[in-house]
Design a binder for this molecule. Structure first.
Ligand SMILES: *Cc1c(COP(=O)(O)O)cnc(C)c1O
Length: 400
């Protein structure tokens, strides 16, 4: 099968800025590495040999293109046509591998001999450890000790793949702290180490780099909708943690003004600070992990605690391009609570025989709730599969 490996390659945003957002708020010792990464990525994205090697791995190793699937029983339930982009069928079970494979090829191109990454639920750590095994590079994954306890299976998988998992004991011992620790390691070892960030966040060029590597989702899905559904979707929906599966999906449709773009954030247990992960909907502008964007913070600018039943959405920040898209009105952002995501986890399992990641269940929930008022097909990014969430779901009790 011919697979051209389609990425949407755009020039990096001037100054790494997305309107008022983005930028590079980092110690000056890291600046040369960021400049090197931006330069190398620009050259690589113009190099047909690099692109065809990436495309070959995407196809033969990762399993691209992932299908789109018209979910008939879910559509009947939702009262509108719902299509799912099946990133759950990608190797390692989520969209994270699109980014990890591309960044690993870049790291090798730059002559880096060591890889560090952060992880929350472990999906990005798993994708990075997988890509490191594939290319034979040593891998250190920083993970909060609380997350290591909650996601013991992913810790075991990463170790099987040859990665070293470093327990992070600072702060809330979750993703935010693991990210800070990974950045600290990178700053110390920047000469021979590449930092594989897991979402479309962080200082420039990461948001642009990750978006470009994840744009394969949206570029494929747009063509598949035209071929299989016979039209563009009326609405494209994706869950938003840091925002990488959403921005990758949106990238394919940004130039189609009639396509409505909806990002879904984690409403958690309620609207009070500390109970949710809705950085765009309920946060305010500020700097976290090297970029200016929306984040959850108190009046002193201290980063707030967050909660979501899905570890992948349990993060106080969000990528700067989403902040810009929200401000311009090109994309809109909604909230789905833990309870709605849990219900939808069971719903999709029973109606379609697909066990979705709890993250993805947030996006599907939006389609189910808003389906009847939408004119045409809704395309939802099914960002990952739900095996990793079984313990959480079973602990929550039987379906309502
Ligand atoms: C990590 C993850 C997310 C959230 O990350 P984004 O960068 O917002 O895409 C969503 N779904 C799954 C399955 C994940 O593993």
């Amino acid at each position: 099968m011919n697979y051209p490996g389609r990425l949407l390659i755009t020039p990096p945003p001037p100054g790494g800025r997305y309107g008022a957002f983005g930028g590079t708020y980092v110690p000056e010792t890291v600046m040369p590495a960021l400049v090197e990464l931006a330069d190398e990525a620009r050259v690589a994205f113009a190099d047909s040999e690099f692109l065809s090697e990436l495309a070959e791995l995407q196809r033969d190793y990762a399993g691209r293109p992932t299908p789109i699937y018209r979910a008939a029983r879910l559509s009947a339930h939702a009262g509108t046509e719902v299509w799912l982009k099946r990133e759950d069928l990608l190797h390692t079970g989520a969209h994270k591998l699109n980014n990890a494979l591309g960044q690993l090829l870049l790291a090798r191109r730059m002559g880096k001999r060591r890889i560090v990454a952060e992880t929350g639920a472990g999906q990005h750590g798993l994708a990075t450890a997988t890509a490191c095994a594939l290319l034979g590079l040593p891998c250190v994954v920083f993970m909060g000790s609380e997350d290591m306890r909650r996601q013991a299976v992913n810790v075991a998988k990463m170790e099987l793949l040859g990665a070293r998992v470093e327990a992070v004991e600072s702060g809330s011992r979750t993703l935010k702290d693991a990210t800070s620790e990974a950045i600290r390691d990178w700053v110390t070892n920047v000469r021979d180490t590449h930092y594989v960030i897991g979402s479309a966040v962080g200082p420039h060029p990461y948001p642009w780099l990750v978006r470009t590597l994840q744009s394969v989702i949206g570029v494929e899905a747009r063509q598949q909708m035209l071929e299989q559904a016979g039209s563009l979707p009326a609405v494209v929906v994706a869950c938003v943690g840091g925002g990488s599966n959403a921005i990758g999906m949106f990238a394919g449709f940004l130039d189609d003004p009639m396509v409505r773009l909806v990002g879904v954030e984690a409403g958690g247990r309620g609207r009070a600070q500390g109970e949710h992960g809705a950085s765009l909907s309920l946060g305010s502008p500020g700097v976290l992990h090297g970029a200016n964007s929306f984040l959850l913070q108190d009046e002193d600018g201290q980063v707030a605690a967050t909660h979501s039943i899905s570890a992948g959405l349990d993060y106080p920040g969000v990528g700067p391009e989403h902040a810009m898209l929200r401000e311009s009105g090109r994309a809109e952002y909604a909230i789905v609570d833990d309870v709605g995501a849990l219900e939808t986890f069971h719903l999709l399992s029973e109606l379609e025989g697909i066990i979705p990641a709890l993250e993805s269940a947030h996006a599907i929930r939006w389609a189910v709730e808003h389906g009847p008022s939408e004119p045409g097909p809704i395309l939802v990014c099914l960002s990952g599969r739900g095996d990793k969430d079984l313990d959480t779901v079973l602990a929550a009790g039987p379906p309502p």
